[in-house]
Design a protein around this ligand. Structure first.
Ligand SMILES: [Zn+2]
Length: 267
């Protein structure tokens, strides 16, 4: 594979780039914690061709299923995971919790938009092409979650629902949780011409100067703060998927395309 030219991040709070062994970004917020393996993968390093080139993680976009299965194996091996759980993401609010004691139960592509576990070696994958992939981590109680959050996820506050489940089922406290919001549609490209019809009133707070553009990452950040997270416990990537189709898939930018993965696993 040719080396990927990546502009050095100008934002000190942005992600750390690693090209080997599989191109990916890491969050500096998670760096001190050896108990968590995580990666924001890109579109590079996989088997898919055409518009899905090359590390597409979704069976639902028209890519060859053998290529998608091979890509998921690449990701599982990269993390050294015993098992990789991924979802049929439906822009809903169903959250699946896989407890350590029931991790051997068969869960094949559940319809859900968030996964939580306290089981080491179990990799959780969220798939994106403009939506936000969010990782939540409790370093003390060793619980991790991944969330798929598009504007519907913001409207339904899936982030606070996920933190609530982490509190109820795993004994986490919101003030201990760390959260990272990944590369996704930035305010530069998040134009919603029908926002008056589509969006609930709450989303207006992140409307950019009365235009049809919205800062959905800022909205997620706000929802996490409202859920009780500390501001120094939240990292937000400045990367916009539509502006960076050299690195990521973008549904808005490309239409027929793949989905890149964000993965997290307790070690
Ligand atoms: Zn953009």
């Amino acid at each position: 594979m040719d080396p990927i030219s990546i502009k050095r991040p100008s934002d000190p709070y942005d992600l750390i780039w690693n090209e080997q062994p599989l191109p990916h970004f890491c969050y500096s917020l998670f760096s001190p914690y050896a108990r968590l393996s995580h990666a924001v993968l890109t579109r590079h390093g996989g088997m898919s061709g055409g518009p899905y080139h090359s590390l597409n993680t979704s069976f639902g976009v028209g890519d060859h299923p053998d290529h998608v299965a091979a890509n998921l194996h690449i990701i599982r091996d990269f993390l050294g995971a015993r098992r990789l759980i991924h979802m049929k993401q439906v822009h809903g609010t169903r959250i699946l919790a896989v407890h350590r004691e029931d991790e051997k139960k068969e869960v094949f592509m559940p319809s859900a938009d968030a996964l939580i576990t306290d089981a080491p070696g179990l990799a959780l994958l969220v798939k994106q092409a403009d939506c936000q992939g969010v990782i939540l981590f409790d370093p003390g109680r060793r619980v991790v979650a991944v969330v798929h959050c598009g504007w519907r996820g913001n409207a339904n506050n899936i982030l606070s629902k996920t933190t609530a489940r982490m509190q109820q089922e795993f004994g986490c406290r919101a003030c201990d949780l760390l959260a990272c919001i990944g590369p996704s549609l930035g305010p530069c490209c998040a134009e919603f011409v029908d926002h008056e019809k589509l969006f609930p009133e709450a989303l207006k707070v992140v409307q950019v100067n009365g235009t049809a553009f919205f800062d959905l990452k800022a909205f997620s950040r706000r929802q996490l703060l409202d859920a009780g997270l500390k501001k120094e416990h939240i990292q937000v990537s400045g990367l916009c998927t539509r502006c960076r189709t050299d690195l990521f898939y973008s549904y808005r930018g490309e239409g027929r395309t793949g989905r890149f993965g964000t993965v997290a696993m307790l070690t």
